[in-house]
Structures are given as C-alpha cells and as structure tokens.
Design a protein around this ligand. Structure first.
Ligand SMILES: *Cc1c(COP(=O)(O)O)cnc(C)c1O
Length: 354
C-alpha cells in the first residue's frame, strides 16, 4: 500500500472503506454504462497531483495570479492537442463538466429567449439539450426533433422545423442513440436559416478522435463539445472546439462568464489523455469498441432482445425492455444490478421531467 493510502486509511477509515469497496465493485462487475470508462493510471496520478492546489483564472499568458509557468504548459498542450485531434481551429479545455460546456456555448453565442433546435430527451438527446427540468430549458426556447418509429431521423423534417422556428442554433448529438449522424444534413438545415451548427459528441468523442465515427467539424460545423471522461477515457470534464471566429465569444463565456478557476489537475490529465488518443493504438482500441458492440448487439438480437434501430453503429445499445421482457427499464436495471451487470435507463430522469 502506498504511503498516501495508509495515511488515508488511518485518518478517515469510512471514506477509505468506500474507496476500497468501489475499486472492488469496478473490478468484479460487468460495466455496461456507455458513458463510463476505465481511465489511465497516469490520469489518476495527475488528478491527485499538486495541480489541484493552483488557481489559474484566465487563459495561458493572461492569468490573474502568478506562478503559472507549469499550468500554462499543460493548458496550452491540451488546447493544441484538442485542435489537432478534432481538426478544429480553437479549443477551450476549461469546462468543469459536460453540462457546463454546453451552457457556455449557448450563453456565449445566443441571447436568453433565442430558439435552439435539438433532439428530444426521450428520443436520445441529453438533459442539457433543453429538457424542461434543466435551467437551460427555461432560459432558451428549445424546439425538439424526434426519431421515427424505426429509430431513424427524418432530415427533411428537421430542416422543415428549422425553417418554421428559425432557431439561432441547430444542435445535434445524443446520449442514447445507436446510430451515427449525417452532419451535412444538419449543417444544411442550420445554414438555410443562418443558425450556428453545434454537435455535442460527448458520448462518442473518443470514437471520433479514433477516426471510426464521423467528425462534425469535417462537415463544416461551427462548434463541437465533448466530455473527456466517456469514450475518450480521460478525467471528468468538458471541452469545446470551434472555429477561430467564435474563439473570443466561447472563451469569454467559459471564463469569466460561467466559471471561475479552472481545475488544472483535470486540464493536465486532459493533455495526457489527448496524447494517448492521437496514436494508432487508440484507433485500434476505438475500432475494437465498435466491433465488440456490434457482436454483443448481434448476439442480443439472436436471443430475441429488441434493440432500437436493430443494432448499433457506435458503443451504445438501446434495449426496448418492455417489448423484450415485459418489464420497464428501471426494473431491468435493478435485475441486472443484482447479478453484477451495471446498465442505465433514462426513466428516472424522464419521470422527473414530466
Ligand atoms: C454526458 C453528456 C453530457 C454532460 O456531461 P456531464 O459531465 O455529465 O455534465 C452532455 N451532453 C451529452 C450528449 C452527454 O452524453
């Protein structure tokens, strides 16, 4: 046991026991929550490092406190690596989480009351895409598109909604949807009404970085946002990659608009994560994630499990538990928990939203 471990054990045995319990749980169970991952030991090291102690309000070269020669190194690296890997012009790596990064984009590019076209939560969108329970849902006028009965998206209908509601922002991306998207279609819908185009690739950001899923910036999108802890395998956090033209607005919106001091331990770990994601090994890993997901989806369907969209093009499978087993998602999640398989359902969030 490391010296810090035994120190923790003796100074707070209750927290220590919870840590040990969680370590065992993660090792012994089968983890199927698609937003979770096992991060690198180097990331854990950086998260637990003295970068935690540092206040770095501002941006590299323009901070409010002294002593930034090393924090500037890791933040500059994170930004450069983010631009390189996602083929973008400008990156902001300070958002403390995925929710904060999306809020920063909305608040930086739009005015309260403006309309945003986004995916309905119950059809795969994220809470921050305007769910009525989220504060963003109260601040902006979200118009929501849904999937068709077979799970596909009707891009003509999405373009019609854009023409009808004249949103200032067309948002795509999802938390629970098993298909890749046609970003050119979304871009066309946005361009036709002069709206910003934004893709929230939080869930599959790693698969985009690994070049096994489409990159919205290649289709000319204005902004992408992604969490860093899901398929990217890094520390918990969010990042925004955008066109240079929007850099000032986005940066001012993150700080001082929405946040104070960035978490430099997280940003150092993001720099490391992006270096790992830029090499061939990570592409192979991403391809393997897709291969594994396809095999699992195929096997589930062979055993008469009903999957939305009849399979998967990413790392997610959405099971229709009512059709497959006659139980709701919550019940299925509980049954799986009892046999050491961790999965998730949207229902608790949805019932709060109603
Ligand atoms: C996970 C996720 C987020 C939010 O991330 P948090 O770090 O949990 O706040 C935002 N958008 C999408 C699409 C997500 O999947």
């Amino acid at each position: 046991m490391s010296a810090y471990r035994s120190l923790l054990q003796s100074s707070d045995s209750v927290v220590y026991q919870a840590l040990v319990g969680e370590e065992l749980r993660q090792k012994s169970g089968i983890e199927l929550v698609p937003s979770e991952n096992y991060t690198y030991p180097e990331v854990l090291e950086l998260l637990g490092s003295v970068f935690t102690n540092k206040y770095s309000e501002g941006y590299p070269g323009k901070r409010y406190y002294g002593g930034q020669e090393f924090t500037d190194v890791v933040e500059n690296l994170s930004r450069e690596r983010a631009c390189k890997i996602f083929r973008g012009e400008h990156a902001n790596v300070q958002p403390l989480s995925g929710s904060a990064m999306n809020q920063a984009v909305y608040l930086g590019l739009l005015e309260p009351g403006d309309s945003i076209l986004a995916m309905e939560l119950s059809h795969g969108g994220h809470l921050t895409h305007g769910a009525p329970v989220s504060h963003m849902g109260r601040l902006f006028n979200f118009v929501r598109y849904k999937t068709l009965a077979d799970g596909s998206l009707d891009y003509d209908h999405i373009a019609d909604l854009a023409r009808q509601h004249k949103p200032k922002l067309v948002l795509c991306g999802y938390s629970s949807y098993p298909r890749d998207l046609d970003y050119h279609e979304f871009k066309r819908a946005a361009d036709a009404v002069g709206a910003y185009s934004m893709a929230d690739i939080s869930h599959f950001g790693g698969l985009v970085a690994g070049n096994v899923m489409a990159n919205p910036l290649d289709a000319g999108f204005d902004v992408i946002t992604t969490t860093t802890h899901k398929s990217l395998r890094g520390p918990r956090g969010g990042m925004i990659v955008c066109r240079q033209e929007l850099a000032k607005k986005i940066d001012a919106s993150v700080f001082p608009g929405l946040q104070g001091g960035p978490h430099m331990n997280q940003i150092a770990a993001v720099a490391f994560t992006l270096q790992k994601a830029a090499v061939e090994d990570f592409r192979v890993y991403s391809q393997q994630v897709l291969n594994n997901a396809k095999v699992l989806a195929g096997q589930l369907m062979q055993h008469n499990v009903a999957l939305v969209c009849n399979g998967t093009e990413n790392h997610m499978m959405v099971v229709n538990t009512v059709e497959s087993f006659g139980i709701d998602g919550r019940e299925a999640q509980d049954v799986l928990d009892r046999v050491g398989i961790t999965a998730n359902t949207y229902e608790p969030i949805l019932s709060q939203a109603q």
